[in-house]
Design a protein around this ligand. Structure first.
Ligand code: SAM
Length: 273
């Protein structure tokens, strides 16, 4: 057998096809994300069904977003095909806003072993739909997972940590070493669960996301510079001090809560113009 073929499929590198093959790990993930028959799952990149099929064993239906037509043919021939609603799409071009707004009463559960090349961009996009989401359950390369979980004053702490942790409680589900995938990627992975904090409506989420994204982008642009140098166009020394932020600290020393206070202040000023 050709050693590059897996379940009669040749993995496509440009689609980040590293298929999860360890059943013990798959079972652990399935157990820890607590499935219910009536859950509204959207899976990003179902591949050859490593997560899709065990989910189908429990839920009534699952929607999958997949870019590879060969994978779609494979899914259509599977014994679960009646349960799987397939959307052939590039998830980076998919209109989540439109999709979620079609049925505003549904809270979606997102799941996926995300292709490494798009995982960070995709997550930043999805963070914004907090009000439509019941939870998100994603595999990331370990380095990205560490950034997502990072605490202040660490080198991993940055824009991604602040944006994700402000909108979601993030729970590590398990670490997975690279030998559990086919083909092996170069790096280990971690599976994380994101549970939204329900503190805002969608309009407020959009506003806070806008403000936090802007502030953290500017603050972390030059990590080693004093905060006042990075943020001088947005905040005065007095405003920073009001929130117990030393103007001579660095972006990585500011907590998620302090960034949220800055965002609130920023929005107040923004509205007054
Ligand atoms: N879920 C499967 C597993 O765990 O074995 C496959 C995971 S594999 C890492 C990533 C999957 O995402 C592949 O099925 C790949 O074709 C799909 N994919 C890659 N880029 C995509 C994109 N831009 N839009 C939708 N699907 C994509």
């Amino acid at each position: 057998m050709n050693r590059f073929i897996y379940k009669k499929h040749i993995p496509v590198k440009r689609f980040g096809q590293n298929f999860l093959k360890n059943k013990t790990i798959i079972n652990k993930i399935i157990q820890k994300i607590y499935l219910n028959k009536v859950d509204n799952f959207i899976e990003i990149g179902p591949g050859l069904g490593a997560l899709t099929f065990p989910i189908c064993n429990i839920v009534n239906t699952i929607t999958v977003l997949e870019i590879d037509e060969n994978i779609i043919s494979f899914l259509l021939q599977s014994k679960y095909s009646k349960k799987i609603k397939i959307i052939l799409t590039d998830v980076m071009k998919f209109d989540f806003q439109y999709f979620f707004s079609l049925n505003k009463n549904i809270l979606y559960r997102l799941v996926g072993n995300l292709p490494y090349s798009i995982s960070t961009c995709l997550l930043i996009e999805l963070i914004q739909y907090n009000s439509y989401i019941f939870d998100m359950n994603f595999m990331f390369q370990k380095e990205v997972a560490c950034r997502l979980l990072a605490t202040p004053s660490s080198k991993e702490y940055g824009k991604l940590s602040v944006l994700a942790q402000y909108f979601y409680k993030i729970i590590p589900i398990c670490s997975i070493d690279k030998y559990n995938f086919f083909p092996n990627p170069k790096i280990d992975s971690m599976f994380l669960r994101f549970i939204p904090y329900r503190v805002h409506n969608q309009n407020q989420i959009n506003r806070y996301f806008f403000a936090l994204e802007k502030i953290t982008r500017v603050a972390f642009q030059h990590r080693r510079k004093f905060l006042i140098k990075n943020l001088f166009k947005l905040f005065s020394q007095k405003t920073l001090l009001k929130f117990n932020i030393s103007p001579f600290s660095r972006a990585e020393d500011v907590s998620v809560h302090q960034y949220s206070l800055l965002a609130k202040n920023f929005l107040k000023l923004y509205d007054s113009f």
